[in-house]
Design a protein around this ligand. Structure first.
Ligand code: ATP
Ligand code: MG
Length: 395
């Protein structure tokens, strides 16, 4: 197996070790490495206190020193360094009332959610695995560290994380862990929408998203989500998803929700909101018969593919092949106003005596429609001629 971590993250751990502080790689990065996957973010856990970490490195960013996390910028690469800690009591199912720094790595690993995430790796490649995480990795099992109900009582997000890992890793949830989720599913109501949304974004990109959604329904988690399709069939049947947006659009369509309802419930961004509206409009058009060039206009390939997929699953229509959609998009004379051969300034130039005003936008709109529908060539001279000989006479 090749060496773990990037050169920069290794340099950070080496520096800590040389200063006399135990420093190991932990969490998702170790898990992904053992699975043969490229880890995304690399986390280091250390015995050094946050102030000691900051003193050792010239460039650091505070990510919440009271939680013990310092971001070290090593040659431009950010590496998260967190002091070994335990968490105090949880009174609200979502955040510890206090955290305590500890000197032992084992104490730190104990507070982590699942055995597969409670693994650590030393610089020389040694694995520290107090809870059987490697064996669970090999068997594809998500198992809570310690008593599942206690751990979910501390932080209800762990239940959502469990189903997220089912989707992304294709694992199954160990039975006592799953039973605790079923029992405590109602407490996800106490979570902030932002944390749930971030987990769904990851869940939607997993290859086993359909299974994960099935589990969300089976465990009753679905009933306490901010908004969730009621039926048991259509939503999982929309999986797998092309990307997170496809997942959100599928949640909308499977639940028969308005784009704004989903967007408000999960605090989606304006870009995500616009995607839902586009898919909703495409589905409506499709229900009425089919698309014309004008319906493809201004739409992205992703939006069209999501709409086709949903039309197939929810309306029982035969979806168009991806290549057909690509061809249709490719054969549009223009994809947006920016593609027009003339700009507002050109139009103003054609009219010596007329002052710039709203009329310019109206002309551009008319040009756009005429070009889009193949009634006018997208060529500056052709457009000027059309303006002078046809448009002005109809105005
Ligand atoms: P990803 O691949 O999405 O980054 P991850 O498991 O690394 O997944 P992070 O949010 O990066 O998730 O968290 C890093 C580590 O911190 C986890 O592997 C786990 O050990 C611990 N952790 C994260 N969230 C929780 C939580 N809610 N409860 C307990 N431990 C957690
Ligand atoms: Mg991570």
């Amino acid at each position: 197996m090749h060496m773990f971590g990037t050169a920069n993250s290794r340099a950070v751990a080496e520096r800590l070790e040389r200063a006399g502080f135990e420093a190991v790689f932990v969490g998702g990065a170790v898990r992904d490495h053992l699975l043969g996957k490229e880890p995304k973010d690399i986390d280091i856990a250390t015995a050094a206190m946050p102030e000691q970490v900051k003193a050792l490195f010239p460039a650091t960013v505070d990510l919440g020193t009271d939680h013990g996390t310092v971001l070290v910028i090593e040659q431009g690469e950010p590496v998260e360094v967190t002091t070994f800690r335990t968490e105090g009591t949880y009174s609200d199912n979502r955040r510890p009332d206090d955290v305590q720094f500890v000197t032992s790595l084992d104490e730190d690993l104990k507070r982590r959610d699942f055995t597969i995430n409670a693994l650590a790796m030393t610089l020389d490649g040694g694995i520290i695995d107090p809870f059987g995480g490697r064996s669970d990795l090999a068997s594809g099992i998500i198992r809570a560290v310690g008593e599942p109900a206690v751990r979910f009582g501390e932080d209800a997000l762990r239940m959502v994380r469990a189903v997220r890992f089912v989707s992304v890793l294709g694992f199954s949830v160990e039975s006592a862990t799953q039973e605790a989720i079923r029992r405590l599913s109602g407490t996800v109501r106490n979570l902030s929408v932002e944390r749930i949304k971030a987990e769904f974004d990851k869940l939607f990109t997993g290859a086993s998203a359909g299974q994960a959604l099935g589990l969300i329904e089976d465990t009753g988690l679905s009933e306490s989500m901010p908004l969730y399709p009621a039926g048991t069939v259509p939503f999982p049947a929309c999986a797998p998803f092309r990307n997170a947006l496809d997942g959100w659009a599928s949640l909308m369509a499977a639940g028969g929700f308005e784009p704004s309802a989903v967007a408000n419930a999960y605090k989606l961004s304006n870009k995500e909101r616009a995607y839902l509206r586009a898919v909703q409009a495409l589905l409506k058009t499709r229900r009425r018969g089919g698309y014309t060039a004008a319906d493809y206009y201004g739409r992205s390939l992703d939006e069209l593919l999501t709409a086709e997929k949903l039309a197939a699953v929810l309306l029982g229509d035969k979806p168009a092949a991806e290549q057909t959609i690509r061809d249709a998009l490719g054969s549009l004379p223009i994809r947006s106003k920016q593609d027009l051969a003339v700009r507002g300034g050109d139009i103003i130039g054609w009219e010596r005596s007329r002052r710039p005003g709203q009329w310019v936008g109206a002309v551009l709109d008319a040009v756009e429609q005429a070009v889009l529908h193949g009634e006018l060539l997208n060529d500056a001279n052709a457009i000027k001629g059309w303006y002078e000989h046809e448009y002005k006479h109809e105005e």
